[in-house]
Every structure is written in structure tokens, then in C-alpha cells.
Design a protein around this ligand. Sequence first.
Ligand code: SAJ
Length: 430
Amino acid sequence: PTISVIGLGYIGLPTAAMFASRKVKVIGVDVNVKAVETINRGEIHIVEPDLDIAVHAAVTEGFLHATTTPEPADAFLIAVPTPFRGDDHDPDLSYIEAAARAIAPVLQAGNLVVLESTSPVGATEQLAEWLAAARPDLSFPQAAGEASDIRVAHCPERVLPGKVMQELIHNDRVIGGMTPKCSAAAVALYKIFVDGECVVTNARTAEMAKLTENSFRDVNIAFANELSIICDKLDIDVWELIALANRHPRVNILQPGPGVGGHCIAVDPWFIVSKTPEEARLIRTAREVNDSKPHWVLDKVKEAVARHLDANPGQSEADVTIACYGLAFKPDIDDLRESPAVEIVKALAETHPGQVLAVEPNITTLPPKLVKAALVSVGDAAHAQVHVMLVDHREFKDAAVPTKSVVDVRGVWPRPPAVPRQNADLALQC
Ligand code: SAJ
């Protein structure tokens, strides 16, 4: 078969390369001319381990080529962004709609169209309607159900950035066709490279399954983040607490951090909330807890600066240098997009009168929004008066531990062991 992948980003390009690696002809389509040119040179415009080798091989062996205009194919995979709009967090399906309109003119009877983008419940049905509207003179969907000439299915991507090339092959896939024949066609397609099981359901359940996976993680991270705030107030080491609680055979608490970043976990739960605002109370609250964590971290840094000034009466805020460790949205990657650490450093650099240093071993230049901060090495940050650990990159675990005022939101630096509290009243009672 010939497979067309619409959207050559973090999901579409690895998926296109994966089909091509199985000697299937792949046409990659993207509106970004630069990305198309880069791929056609056998290079990549995004960072993902092993993707460069796969794309280079696919292009040089002639199995993958990229273009800005869709061409006829047997199957079309749509992997475009699905962000949310404004303060209401309503899903923005305009990229899916644009993809539907773009492929409609080249669709032929018997083609399969798979929506891979993470989508709110009902989006696959909506996609089918957009396709039908763009092909009014053709049979679909006048011939509805199994008689329709185009097969439509949802198969959400579930790969972890940083491990995309392995997870694409080994993860199970949830496949929700508009009809059983649509599901069967999609299973046959994914079986070309997927080793995991392809589990069939309907389109709405497949949509909700993906949203549920990321909401589950968001709710659990919110639990850890809330615990860290509670423990700070109660003078308890949250890292020790979680390690102790996790010794229970049925408890598995995640790790607190500066907040939740990335392009999925901080977005997808809103797709559930926006469809069912009255019912999705826990899911909404988890989002709010995680979104508010960077503000709490900023307050902690301000307290650390104030403590330093109390101990050094001759100094002013302008004399205090703050070193921040980590900018990426999670450890050991270079991806700074939607990163709570970036938001924290940006806010500090814009409000703190002294110097703000950023240590991020995975990048060589700071993004424009951090112009007021300076990118330095771990060693060059040692002289700072306040040290803020934001992302537990492996480089920081072996580096010298700062002895001065610290705010450690990832539990990297050693902390004093818990000792019995000296409490005179309690001692008397004993
Ligand atoms: N985080 C914590 N504490 C933890 C775990 C994560 O604070 O214990 C933070 C990370 O630092 C990061 C954010 O959460 O800021 C998200 O990181 P992540 O590693 O949990 O997930 P992503 O966004 O890289 O990828 C997720 C994955 N979903 C699940 O694990 C359920 C991935 O499988 C999905 O394919 C991806 O979202 C997606 O594209 O939807």
C-alpha cells in the first residue's frame, strides 16, 4: 500500500519513518515548507533519539518523500496538533478540519483515514462529516455505515517523547473504527510495524481512552504536587514521605515537581472537562493544582531570597544571584516547550533585581523569552546565593551540592535525615 501521513511533527514523522522502514511507500504532508525541505534532504527538524537515522534511511532508500500538497494514497494518517482555545480550554479542531479539506480531493473509494491526533470525544465522527461535506458529489456518507466508500477510524498516539521509536513498535494500540470494517482496515495497517496488540473498540471509546490515560497521570501528579505543598507546611520531607508510603503494596505515588509540562498531559484533561464540565470535578481540580505549582515555587524562591537577606543585613536584592537548574519540561531531554521550569525562570528574570542564571546542559542558547537570564554551566552557577533545582537532569545528580540557600522541587540534593522534633511540651508529657 501507499500511506500518506498528514502532519510531520513529533508523532507524524516517526510514524512515517516507521512505515517506510518496513519498505512501504510513504508520502508525508505538512504545511511547513521548511520541514518538508529538511525531510526531503534526509534530515529532521525535531529532536527525538534515533529518528534522524530512520528518516535518513527512509528518504535515501526512496520510501519516504515529503510534500505540501496531498497526493492519492491507500491510507491517510492524520497527526496534526489539537490545542485548546483561550481561557475556556475548548478544544481547537481547526487543524483536523484543514487536514480533512486538504485530503478530500484526492480520496478514492476504499481509502482508509485514521485520526491519530489526541481528540475530544466525537472528533472522529466530526472528521467523517467534514470529509463528507468536502466530497458532496461522492457516495460517502450517503452510503452510511459499512457501505460507505471511505473507512474512518481513530487510533490515538500514546508514545513517550524520548522513547518514541521503541514505543511506536512495542506499545499496544487502541483502534476505534466508525464500523467494524473500518477497525479491521486500521488494524491491518498498524500491524505493518506494531508488535504490540491492536485492541479494537469504537471511535468514541478510543478517543476517551487516550484522554483518560493522560488525565490519570495528571491527577496522580497533582496528588504528589499537593502532598509536597502540604508537607512543606507541616515540616515533613515529602520525598521521604512518598518513599515510605510507596512501601505499601498497593500505593504508588508519583514524584512532585515544578508543575506539569509538555504538550499532552497539561492539555488533554481539558478535553474531558470541556465536554462534561459539571461532572469532571476531580480532573479539573488536578489541572488547577498542577497549573498553580509554578506560582508556589516562585513564592518559595522569594522566601529563600528573604532568608538570605535576613542573614546578610548589608545586602540588597540586587546583590543576590539566583541559579536555576533545569529548563526542559522533564529530565534528560532538550524540549523546553510548555515547560513550567521555563515559566519560573522567566518570571524570576523579569522580577528579580539581581542576576538570574539558568543551567541547562541540554541546550546551547536560551529561548528569546529568557533574554533576561544567563545560560551558564553548573560550575559557573556555584557562586550564586540562592540555588533552585527545577529539573532532575542526570548531570545535576553528580554535580557538587550547593551549601547555600536552596529550593529543591525535585528532591535531588541531600536533605538532613528526619530526627525526633524537640518539643518541650511533648517531652514533659512523656
Ligand atoms: N511529571 C511529574 N512527576 C512525575 C511524572 C511526570 O512532575 O512523577 C511531569 C514531567 O516532569 C512533565 C509532565 O509531568 O513535566 C509530563 O511528563 P510525562 O513523562 O508524564 O509525559 P509526556 O507528556 O512526556 O508524555 C505523555 C505520556 N502519557 C502517559 O504516560 C499516560 C505518553 O505516553 C503520551 O503519548 C504523551 O503524553 C502524549 O503524547 O499524549
